[in-house]
Write a protein that binds this ligand. Sequence first.
Ligand code: FES
Ligand SMILES: [Fe+2]
Length: 438
Amino acid sequence: MVSQELNERLTRTGRGRPAGEVLRRYWQPAALVEELDGERPVVPVTLLGERLVLFRDNEGELGLIGRHCLHRGADLCFGRREDNGLRCPFHGWHYDRNGQCVEQPGEPEGSQMYKRIRTTSYPVVEKNGIVFAYMGPDEPPGFPSFDCFRAPESHVFAFKGLWECNWLQALEIGIDPAHASFLHRFLEDEDPEDGYGRQFRDRAADTDLPMTRLLREHPRPEIRVEETDFGLRLTALRHLDNGYTHVRVTNQIFPGAICIPMSREMTITQWHVPVDDESCYWYALFTSFDEPVDKKVMREQRLKEHRLPDYAPLANRRNRYRFDPEEQATLTWTGMGLDINVHDQWAVEGMGPIQDRTREHLGRTDVGIVRYRRMLRAAMEAVAEDDETALPMRGGVDVSRIVGPVSNDAIAETADWEAASMRADRERRAACHWDASV
Ligand code: FES
Ligand SMILES: [Fe+2]
C-alpha cells in the first residue's frame, strides 16, 4: 500500500514529473520500424505525454520533432515531406529533421525570424525493428549488449500493442511471477507442438511436461529477487514432487522493461512505455537462440489480434475482452481465449487508468514489485539531486559490457537448481548460431 502522493510520483511521466524524469534518462521505444514502411514514412508519436511526429527524410535519415508547428500550432503529421524535412501545409514554414525552422516563405523578403524558430527534437536510432528515442538531457547513454540487440535481424521479431492504462501497472505484471499459475491457467493441456510463437505453450525445460500443467499444479512459487547492474533478476522456484525443481529466471531491465523466456527457443524483451499517463504501448523484441524467427507466422498471429495503424487489441474492454462464461467453466481460467496477452491486458486495464495503490495489499508473491518500486524511488531521488550514480546503467557505467540477461526455464535436482539453471543457459548460448556468449 502506498500513499496517494507516492502513487502520483511513481506513475506520472510528464516532463518535470519525478518518474518522467527517470524514464527520460533512458532510450525509449517510439515506433516500430515497420510503421515507416509505407509510401509516406510520417507517423504521429505520443511519448511520455509529448506530442511528436516521426519521419524519414529523403536521405533515409529519421527525425523526431514536435508535432505542432511553432507558428500557429498546425499538425505536422500532415506536413509536406520536402528537402529533408517537413513543411507545414498551413503557411509553409519548413523544419529540418533536427527541428530547426529553415524557411518561412510568407514572411517578408530578407526576414531572419526563422533562425530563432526551433522546435522540440530528439535523437532516434533503429535497433532490430524498433525506433528508440532519447528524450532526456545531455548525451544519450549507450545501448547495453543485451541479446535482443546483439542477435542478427533474422533472429529477432518486433511487435507492439496498446494498453489503456498507466505504464507502471503494465510493467508490474511482468515482475509478478506468481500470476502465471492463475491468470494464464489452461484447464486442459494442448499439444506443445502447436505452440510456436506463443507464451507458456512449450514443454517445461527438457521434459515432456507441458508448461500449462506445471504452472497449474504448482501455484505457490518460491520467489527470489536480486539487484543486478541492469535492474532486477527474479527467480521463481516451483518444487515438484519428485525431488526436482522448476527454475524460471526473468528480469526487470530498468526502468521500464522486462526480459522473460517465451519458449526453449525464444525470449521476449518487452518495454512498457507511456503514451500518456493513462495509456501505454508494450514493445517486444522476440529473440531466437535457435532457428531464424518465422516473422511471417509471428506477425500474422499478432495482426489477427490487433488493428492498424495504432496496434490496438481487438479484444478490449468495449467487447468485455470477448469474455465467455462457458469457456471460463471448461477451458481457461479467464474465459478470454487462449492468447495470454489478452489476459494480461484485462488484468492491468481493469485496475483503472491509474491503479489506486492506496487500496492494495501486497503479499509475499509481490516481492519483485516491492523491490522495483524501491529502485524507482531511489532513482527519482537521485535525479532530483542531480546524482546519476544511483541510476542503473548511468553515471559513467560502460553499458556495452552488460550482456544477457539470463532468461530461461530449467528443471533441476532441487539441491542443484542454481548451477543447473546457469548450465542450461550456457548450453543454449553455446549452441546458438550468433554470438550469444556471456
Ligand atoms: S501554422 Fe504552420 S506555418 Fe502556420
Ligand atoms: Fe502474464
